[in-house]
Design a protein around this ligand. Structure first.
Ligand code: SIN
Length: 542
């Protein structure tokens, strides 16, 4: 395949970018599952923006900076906050139905926000945005969506038949595994954009779907991208606790908007505890709430805490949270009469591929957008519901860049480039019958990350995790070289890579800050005095 723009991922970032780029050229989207399966689809709470009469840009900026604990980049934060309302109006024009109260947009509240500013579509906001974007994409003939195409690695100069490129750090497209034909194809492009979502599956319990195996982070890293701030993995404080084996680690989220509507965290005895940790109690920023829950559970030897929403008007629950109400009822919990058991679960990566304000990476012709990036917006802890906002603002920014530069940029002759690139070489590889190695390795990675690189860390735990993960990385690399590709193998290779990146970043940060809480260092909250942790991949190690 040859295309002007190749987008990896079909969440809010990839789809909204595709719609805009289709004005300039042919857009190809590849996605490893069905197109609607993305992290976006599971976003319940909503999208934060200044729409309230009592709200201002300054307040939203300040809340984002406070939450980010001294690591946000002010220019990136100002950008998402000030451009947010226009981008959200564009979503409405595309047909996204945000919930209304008496004819006005309904604005919910979430942890760390000083004002009500969460636009939502009941408690299925991501699904509604995804629906509207997919509908629009289907009407644009210049956009082609290929499902069940798994991006393996960037096409770079080392994949050229004759190694004659003057540029070392450049991307020509992607090798992708076509799951249906069981073949690896090369897709060459003028520009490639990684919009491939998150990495929650590196932990045992996560709110992310099974697809969130950190593919884009790993592909970017192997392709020469600078990666930053991977130590900041956000744990959502309130995932539903079900005393059962979970399939592929995904647990059901109880949106923070429920606490915004007045729900209160309590222990097994029905006693409140958040006042001991923060004056904002159950609505403190997520890092504080998740740590407090972790501490309470450890102190009491409990498996979970509870969320009490029995005092909230039933009409409000049915109207704002119908999905949560139905899901809990299905498993025997009537949230209007019973407390809901909850635990923290891995939710969002604040770090990722480092980009500038136009989504550009340090690899030529490669851009990135959405959760896979580190744009500077989230710092050491993401403010709730800022991520969908970041995705729409930065996808617009990438399209603005191309509107200015696409015509004048020197582009490759794609037909020639296609013939210059080596076809995928699977010589010497065999179909594995050792599935047990893959599934066991996957479980082991999740357990190591959850036990040693979770909400509470220390140097000894990180060192132990590092030794184990690096050993597994070597083993998996050897296994990969000898084995025909499959989705399971590719995901395992990416999971171990992102696990190693998280640990490397965590070991470099010798302080407690935001989501990175180290028992051997005091918590720092000096607002503007920290530096990103950047891992620079040398292209020669590719
Ligand atoms: C939630 O609904 O609690 C999740 C929203 C977010 O992570 O921004």
């Amino acid at each position: 395949m040859k295309t002007d723009f190749l987008i990896v991922g079909s969440g809010i970032a990839g789809l909204s970018l595709a719609i805009k780029l289709s004005e300039l050229g042919r857009v190809t989207i590849i996605t490893k599952k069905q197109k609607a399966e993305s992290n976006t689809n599971y976003a319940q709470g909503g999208i934060a923006s200044v729409f309230g009469s009592d709200d201002t840009y300054d307040l939203h900026i300040q809340d984002t900076l406070d939450c980010g604990a001294g690591l946000c980049h002010l220019d990136a934060v100002e950008k998402i906050v000030t451009e947010g309302p226009v981008r959200i109006k564009e979503l409405m024009e595309l047909g996204v139905n945000f919930s209304k109260d008496h004819g006005h947009i309904s604005l919910g509240k979430e942890g760390g926000h000083s004002r009500n500013r969460i636009l939502h579509s009941k408690d299925l906001t991501g699904k509604e945005i995804e629906r509207a974007l997919l509908h629009k994409v289907a009407s644009i003939s210049r956009i082609k969506v290929y499902e069940y195409y798994f991006a393996i690695d960037l096409l770079t100069p080392r994949n050229l038949k004759r190694k004659k490129s003057k540029e070392k750090n450049i991307c020509y497209g992607i090798y992708a595994y076509n799951v249906n034909s069981n073949k690896v194809e090369k897709i060459v492009s003028n520009y490639t954009i990684l919009a491939s979502g998150g990495l929650g599956q590196v932990y045992t319990h996560t709110t992310n779907p099974a697809i969130a195996t950190g593919d884009g982070f790993a592909i970017g890293y192997r392709g020469g991208c600078d990666i930053a701030n991977m130590e900041f993995v956000q744990f959502h404080p309130t995932a539903l606790y079900e005393n059962k084996e979970v399939h592929d680690s995904q647990v059901f989220l109880i949106s923070e908007a429920v606490r915004g509507a007045g729900a209160i965290l309590k222990n097994r005895d029905g006693k409140e505890f958040m006042h001991k940790y923060d004056k904002r109690k159950s609505l403190a920023p997520r890092d504080i709430v998740a740590r407090a829950i972790d501490a309470e559970m450890k102190k009491r030897g409990d498996t979970n805490v509870f969320l009490d929403m029995r005092h909230i008007d039933k009409k409000e629950i049915l109207n704002h949270f119908p999905n949560i109400y139905k899901h809990c009822l299905k498993i025997g919990i009537d949230v209007t009469k019973q407390m809901v058991p909850v635990v923290p679960a891995a939710h969002y990566s604040c770090g990722g591929i480092k980009t500038d304000l136009h989504g550009k990476t340090n690899v030529k012709n490669l851009f990135a957008c959405g959760e896979v990036t580190m744009t500077g917006v989230h710092g050491a802890n993401r403010l709730a519901s800022n991520s969908l906002l970041e995705a729409v603002v930065f996808s617009n920014s990438i399209s603005e860049y191309f509107k200015k530069n696409y015509k004048k940029d020197k582009k490759e002759n794609l037909t020639k480039l296609y013939s210059d690139i080596l076809s995928w070489n699977s010589k010497g590889t065999v179909n594995t019958e050792e599935w047990i190695l893959i599934s066991h390795n996957k479980k082991e990675i999740k357990e190591i990350m959850s036990d040693y690189v979770g909400i509470v860390r220390n140097t000894i735990r990180l060192q132990r995790a590092n030794r184990r993960i690096l050993m597994m990385k070597d083993e998996i690399r050897e296994f990969y070289k000898k084995t025909k590709v499959s989705v399971e193998l590719l995901e395992l290779r990416n999971l171990v890579t992102v696990a190693a990146l998280i640990i490397e970043s965590a070991m470099k940060r010798k302080e407690s800050r935001g989501l990175h809480y180290m028992l051997d260092y005091p918590m720092r909250d000096d607002k503007y005095f920290s530096k990103d942790t950047i891992i620079t991949k040398q292209i020669k190690n590719n």
